[in-house]
Design a protein around this ligand. Structure first.
Ligand SMILES: [Mg+2]
Length: 457
């Protein structure tokens, strides 16, 4: 794993110390000896993780962190605060400033590497999502995310998996006002509960009498539905080895008992915030993909999707020696609808047509708005004779019941012409298939409209 780490410390010897150790692990290292330089480097460059000294003259680490986290251009970069003292109050201040983690001087090698590696892994995921989201859509991803920040303060739904009553009660009390907490006392039941409920964080105690908590961590990481849920381990003093293994398995954070309430709430908040950020990115990517392949007026797939997918369906049918049919439908005299009822009326007709079309095709059929008033349905596993019947059913459904236009109960008669074609045995192509359907449609139009013509094999 290679990544670019920015080391920030006002004392050059400290910078050098960390630099050497990171270089030994093949990280790329950038350095800064004051806050403003660090911020500038983050804004300009490709920084994957920041290791940030707390005690610096002029602008201290808390302030640097706050500024990085409040700027949408740098807020996704993980920040590890390096505190001189093992002071809970410093840690809490750091986490409240938005830090993702902290280390205490003198920095323990193992902790340094596991923390940095775990944050780099997270950053890689975030970067990937940011890239996909921003390359597929022109709208700024930062703007999109900041628009959703209203939801940032809702109480997170959290699961605690722990079998010790006293420990459960303590955590319940600490999180009373900051989390909607569910409890599972049995680790197996807890696993299923985590899989079935959209938790924003799962906290796992290491104190099971008869169960390896890391096993649960690895199960949660391997299941699709829980792959991205943050896991916080509640460990005992002296369990460093287990924590390191946990971090390697993908737990996101840990707390040592006795648990400090401020630290617990701050760490939980950090994990939830990060999860929500990534969830929003993921949703925006999904939405972008959907937008790219969907016709906004009718909700059917668009032509771009048909163009990219028809070849796949065609190849699959040929390879499996299965039939495949296509119908092209075209609303008759649609121009008259637009001329008489305006484009809003025309849109209403198109939407209603799409609704009736969808009602009459199967889930595996691919229904698309090809453009204007032309629609295409691709029907896998369907021979010409069946396709012709489906087309006839659609034609009848359209002609049977007039379409409502506008608010005042006005209706109009709408009819449709349909051309059907099927994949020929022997030599055929997508272009040939579409051409024959188009030809059939043309014949249906010439023969007087409101009819189906099939060019079946
Ligand atoms: Mg310092």
């Amino acid at each position: 794993m290679t990544a670019r780490i920015l080391v920030v410390d006002d004392i050059p010897a400290n910078v050098r110390l960390l630099e050497v150790r990171l270089l030994a692990e093949y990280f790329e290292v950038l350095t800064a000896t004051n806050g403003p330089d660090a911020i500038e480097t983050c804004e300009n460059g490709k920084v994957d993780v920041v290791l940030l000294d707390v005690m610096m003259p002029d602008m201290d680490g808390f302030e640097v962190c706050r500024r990085l986290k409040s700027d949408p251009a740098t807020s996704h970069i993980p920040v590890v605060m390096i505190t001189a003292l093992d002071q809970v109050s410093d840690r809490v201040r750091g986490l409240e400033a938005g830090a993702d983690d902290f280390l205490t001087k003198p920095v323990n090698d193992l902790q340094l590497m596991t923390r940095v590696k775990s944050l780099v892994r997270l950053k890689t995921l975030t970067d990937e999502l940011r890239l996909r989201a921003s390359t597929t859509r022109n709208i700024g991803i930062e703007e999109l995310l900041s628009r959703n920040f209203a939801s940032a303060d809702t109480t997170p739904k959290v699961l605690l998996i722990d079998e010790r009553k006293s420990s459960i009660e303590r955590v319940q009390k600490m999180l009373r006002s900051s989390a909607d907490l569910d409890i599972a006392t049995d680790p197996h039941a807890g696993f299923f509960q985590a899989a079935e409920t959209p938790y924003e964080c799962v906290m796992i105690s290491t104190g099971f009498a008869d169960f390896d908590p890391l096993r649960l961590c690895s199960q949660l990481r391997s299941l699709d539905r829980t792959r991205f849920v943050p896991i916080i381990l509640l460990a005992e003093q002296g369990e460093e080895g287990r924590i390191v293994r946990g971090l390697e398995l993908g737990i996101n954070d840990y707390l040592m008992r006795p648990i400090d309430q401020h630290e617990l709430t701050a760490r939980l908040r950090t994990q939830v915030r990060r999860k929500r950020y990534n969830d929003q990115l993921r949703a925006s990517v999904t939405q972008t993909i959907e937008m790219a392949v969907t016709d906004p007026l009718t909700g059917l797939h668009n032509r771009r999707y048909l163009d990219s997918h028809l070849q796949t369906l065609f190849d699959r049918a040929v390879a499996r020696r299965r039939p495949l049919s296509v119908m092209i439908t075209d609303l008759d005299r649609f121009k008259t609808v637009n001329d008489t009822h305006g484009h809003d009326g025309g849109d209403e007709v198109l939407r209603e047509f799409a609704r009736r079309l969808r009602k009459n095709v199967r889930g595996i059929d691919l229904a698309c708005r090809f453009g204007g008033e032309e629609f295409v349905v691709v029907m896998p596993d369907t021979d010409g004779a069946v396709a012709e019947k489906v087309a006839e059913r659609i034609r009848a459904e359209i002609a049977q019941m007039p379409f409502a236009v506008g608010q005042d109960g006005k209706t109009i008669e709408v009819t449709v012409s349909v051309g059907v074609s099927s994949v020929l045995k022997g030599v055929d192509s997508v272009a040939g298939l579409m051409k024959r359907a188009d030809l059939a449609l043309y014949e249906a139009k010439s023969a007087g409209r409101n009819r189906v013509v099939a060019k079946a094999a």
